[in-house]
Design a protein around this ligand. Structure first.
Ligand SMILES: [Zn+2]
Length: 432
């Protein structure tokens, strides 16, 4: 043992954190016995801090934002909302940021309780058929349940109100006045300051402008599924600790917790977060809402081929990951991503010039294909249109075939790539 030969050892002063030398024969117990009371107290505190410190997180943007891909246009965002089960997404009067945040918030809700309408509050009122009790100057977000369908406006010719009697359910709106995260945050800050001046403590718990859509979805959850037992008690404690008056109402506390949890508000205590975590729709279950064949702005997938995939050697893969990182990109390969891809029958996906997701132990074909797609994104070749996507898929398959020897693709991978090439070519013909 090293102890036997070394004459001195390094110890750390628990109070100052500075290193110093001690006799090499000294055991930990002996050293501890020689500490002052102050040093011992500091050591205890250090140990406690180390235990409560959150585990070091890997540099992984995917985990943080789940697996949501923001739409690039409001139209695309509406299509995605439809895919999530919303019959009437009306994002035309909202900034793209807000539309994306609403979609992301929708994903947190279990599928069976998603609203029938999402959009701006003015359009919400039209669809709902009457004015809300407060004007949009007096709230940031709103939720209401329509029991009698949606009013879709007057027919310009007959003057009759078009009506969808089947579409009843929850409606979620973002204030037409405070319609962006920036506007919401700015006004909230003012309101909060006024409130503190008057009452001596704050009103809102969340100050982040992006929390509003989630807050409203939290209300939808509570209305549809109810607030879990135990929350009310814990929320009382939370209200006392946080001193934010909004939390006084259990319903608002629940919605505020939903907002805090999903926007990563670090102030949210664990004993509240656990309720939201349990209630939230798990991202992996979303996979059946997505598919590879209809590509509408969700990244470039490589289809997974069952078996016969020879994993790229670790050394080569590590080199590629490092090289991509050097260019400012990230290649993510973890369990969550692998599950997501497998559920989508994919081996890899590229979201943009800087983000590639791969299953663990990907084949060479998948790695190279996604690198080609990242380059295409960087060159601006891929936009939201199916046409650009298909053209880029064709280009990628052709490149893979051309360089199949250099890339060391297996015969099977080459076969698959040729098949894919034919499919994309016929998809392009169908577009014309
Ligand atoms: Zn509320």
């Amino acid at each position: 043992m090293a102890d036997a030969i070394s004459k001195t050892r390094i110890a750390r002063d628990p109070k100052t954190g500075k290193n110093y030398k001690v006799d090499g024969d000294m055991t930990f117990e002996e050293w501890k016995a020689g500490l002052s009371d102050e040093q011992r107290a500091a050591m205890k505190a250090n140990v406690k801090a180390a235990r409560t410190k959150p585990a070091k997180t890997v540099d992984n943007p995917v985990k943080k934002q789940s697996i949501f891909v923001p739409a690039k246009t409001v139209n695309e965002a509406e299509k995605y909302a439809e895919k999530l089960g919303v019959k009437y997404p009306e994002y035309n009067k909202l900034p793209l940021d807000t539309a994306n945040e609403l979609n992301r918030a929708l994903e947190t809700l279990p599928k069976d309780i998603r609203p029938v309408f999402v959009g701006d509050s003015k359009t919400l009122e039209e669809y709902y058929g009457s004015k809300l009790p407060r004007t949009s100057n007096h709230y940031y977000g709103v939720h209401i349940e329509s029991l009698d369908g949606m009013r879709l406006g007057r027919d310009p010719i007959t003057g009759m109100m078009k009506y969808d009697a089947e579409a009843y359910g929850h409606m979620v709106g973002i204030s037409s006045k405070y319609n962006s995260p920036q506007k919401i945050a700015a006004n909230k800050a003012e309101e909060q300051a006024r409130y503190i001046k008057q009452h001596g403590n704050r009103y809102f718990f969340n100050m982040d402008g992006t929390s509003t859509p989630y807050h409203e979805m939290g209300h939808v959850y509570a209305d549809k599924k109810g607030i879990p037992t135990g929350f009310e008690e814990d929320a009382k404690k939370w209200y006392r600790e946080a001193q934010a008056d909004m939390l006084k109402s259990t319903g608002e506390a629940w919605a505020e917790a939903w907002g805090a949890y999903h926007t990563g508000n670090k102030e949210l205590p664990d004993y509240i977060a656990k309720y939201i975590e349990n209630a939230t729709q798990k991202p992996i279950a979303k996979s059946d809402e997505r598919d590879i064949i209809d590509m509408w702005g969700e990244g470039m997938y490589r289809k997974h081929t069952e078996g016969k995939i020879e994993p790229m050697p670790k050394k080569q893969l590590n080199k590629i990951v490092k090289g991509f990182k050097k260019q400012g990109g990230v290649i993510v390969m973890n369990d969550e991503v692998t599950a997501h891809l497998k559920a989508n029958s994919a081996e890899g996906v590229t979201w943009d010039a800087k983000t590639i997701l791969l299953t663990k132990n990907p084949g060479r074909g998948a790695v190279f294909e996604e690198l080609i797609h990242a380059t295409q994104f960087r060159q601006g070749k891929i936009d939201a249109t199916p046409r650009s996507r298909i053209i880029c898929e064709i280009e990628a398959q052709e490149k893979l075939i051309k360089y199949s020897k250099a890339y060391k693709l297996t015969d099977y991978e080459v076969e698959q790539t040729k098949k894919a090439l034919e499919e994309y070519k016929s998809a392009l013909r169908n577009l014309d």
